[in-house]
Design a protein around this ligand. Structure first.
Ligand code: FPP
Length: 240
């Protein structure tokens, strides 16, 4: 894109279709996820190159625990593999890793790997790469409500303090702008419990392509389409 001012600041992606990509090729589902990681790496690299400030990826939802044990294990292994092999790249590209979700329910070894990568990239300020793991939008909102209730009970907050800005400080995305654009490939037209609070005024971009086939050209097309959208946030462009 020529005009950088039209870029979204925050793009969130639901990486969907890995399983169907694999099935279409007669491969085990894990190969679809593996191919999905390759696509993810390209999109991270490209996002950093064009100066995107926030990229958020949905890697594992609170509902994904319903999947077969082997698939969950494979996904966690892929995540650890990614962290081990890409930490150097994240550091040299000034990318800060951020995790959204309840990591305490993950295996200790996964938690350790995440903690290390988050700590070692904490001072980077080129781009924030948020990965949603064991994340669910409804749980995130309930967690915020519980923490606010606790702060009220302990006298650290009052009911009068509660407004949208205050509430946002209790979300995993605290301090981040809301997504400007949400991309979902694979032909599904739903949100699947992703960033429910944060997407109130996000723009959406859908594609039939399975995530492993998602290219930087498609990403660029989504950004260009976004740039043509007219975001009014419930207002009007001009008064006639
Ligand atoms: C959705 O496809 C994809 C997932 C649930 C997992 C996404 C995870 C990765 C790409 C790898 C691990 C993450 C990182 C950050 C390295 P699906 O399995 O629901 O596909 P389907 O709908 O076609 O079955």
């Amino acid at each position: 894109m020529d005009d950088k001012t039209e870029y979204p600041r925050h793009v969130a992606v639901i990486m969907d279709g890995n399983g169907r990509w694999a099935r279409k090729r007669g491969l085990p589902r894990v190969q679809g996820h593996r191919a999905g990681v390759l696509a993810l790496k390209e999109i991270v690299k490209y996002s950093r190159k064009i100066g995107l400030k926030y990229l958020t990826l949905y890697a594992f939802s609170t509902e994904n625990w319903k999947r077969p044990e082997l698939e969950i294990k494979n996904l966690m292994n892929l995540l650890m593999e990614y962290l081990r092999s890409e930490l150097g790249e994240l550091k040299s590209n000034n990318i800060k890793l951020n995790i959204l979700g309840d990591v305490y329910q993950l295996q200790a070894v996964v938690q350790q790997e995440l903690k290390k990568a988050v700590a070692e990239t904490a001072h980077n300020d080129g781009m924030v790469l948020s990965v949603a793991i064991n994340y669910g939008g409804r749980n995130e909102i309930l967690r915020a409500v519980k923490n606010i209730a606790e702060d009220i009970c302990t006298g650290n907050a009052g009911i009068k303090d509660i407004d949208q800005h205050f509430f946002e400080n209790y979300l995993y995305t605290r301090g981040m702008p809301n997504p400007d654009l949400v991309i979902r490939p694979s032909g599904e037209l739903r949100i699947s419990n992703f960033l429910l609070w944060q997407i109130a005024y996000s723009e959406f971009w859908f594609s039939d392509c399975y995530w492993p086939d998602f290219t930087t050209e498609m990403f660029e097309k989504a950004l260009k389409d976004y740039a043509r959208r007219d975001r009014r946030y419930g207002g009007v462009d001009s008064v006639d």
